[in-house]
Ligand binder design. Structure first.
Ligand SMILES: [Fe+2]
Length: 194
């Protein structure tokens, strides 16, 4: 009897957890997230985000941008703006506005990418650090023809990501490589305009 009760408790816990996850909206389209106070428009284009050797473990981030419409076609030519902290949790700069408002040396770990014909993007950076009370995260702002712009954040598996709104759809593990780490982003789905 005791064993049955324990099983039921465990089952309840598991169901409770799955129930919470199932209560989240679906993963398509990708859920939006806070813009945060440190978005800067007009950042440099290119795959190297850590242009000034900011501290942190080397990281390659890869991902895809897809349409949330039926068929989920890859969105070629989508604009992907990214910003994040260094390994110690610092933004460069801790400010907002436009890149033209800052000296080039003030801007780092930020960039703008364009997806290729398969909707793919990639960039070199460092593993972001956490800053209280947030788990580590990457900020994204995406736009593509015939789709609604999206501001979202991606998280690292096991790093408090499941506690974020819609976090069960927006996290991936850090994978150790010979050169540092690899983060294969969850696919990002943009909602088509009506
Ligand atoms: Fe942030």
């Amino acid at each position: 009897m005791k064993r049955v009760s324990l099983t039921l408790v465990l089952l309840g816990t598991l169901l409770g957890f799955s129930g919470a996850a199932a209560a989240e909206p679906g993963c398509i389209p990708t859920r939006g997230d806070y813009l945060g106070p440190f978005y800067i428009s007009g950042t440099t284009e290119g795959e190297e985000l850590n242009r000034r050797g900011r501290p942190g473990e080397p990281l390659l981030v890869t991902g895809r941008v897809l349409s949330a419409a039926a068929g989920h076609s890859a969105l070629a030519g989508a604009r992907v703006e990214v910003w994040q902290t260094d390994g110690a949790g610092n933004y460069y700069p801790e400010g907002s506005g436009d890149a033209a408002d800052y000296a080039p040396e003030e801007l780092d770990l930020r960039g703008t990418l364009t997806t290729d014909g398969s909707g793919r993007y990639r960039f070199n950076t460092v593993v972001p650090g956490s800053y209280f009370p947030r788990p580590r995260h990457f900020h994204f702002r995406l736009s593509a023809v015939d789709h609604k712009p999206l501001v979202t954040q991606l998280y690292i598996t096991g790093d408090g990501s499941l506690q974020q709104p819609g976090g069960n759809c927006r996290h991936a593990p850090l994978i150790k490589t010979a050169d540092g780490y690899l983060y294969e982003s969850p696919d990002i789905y943009l909602q088509p305009v009506e």
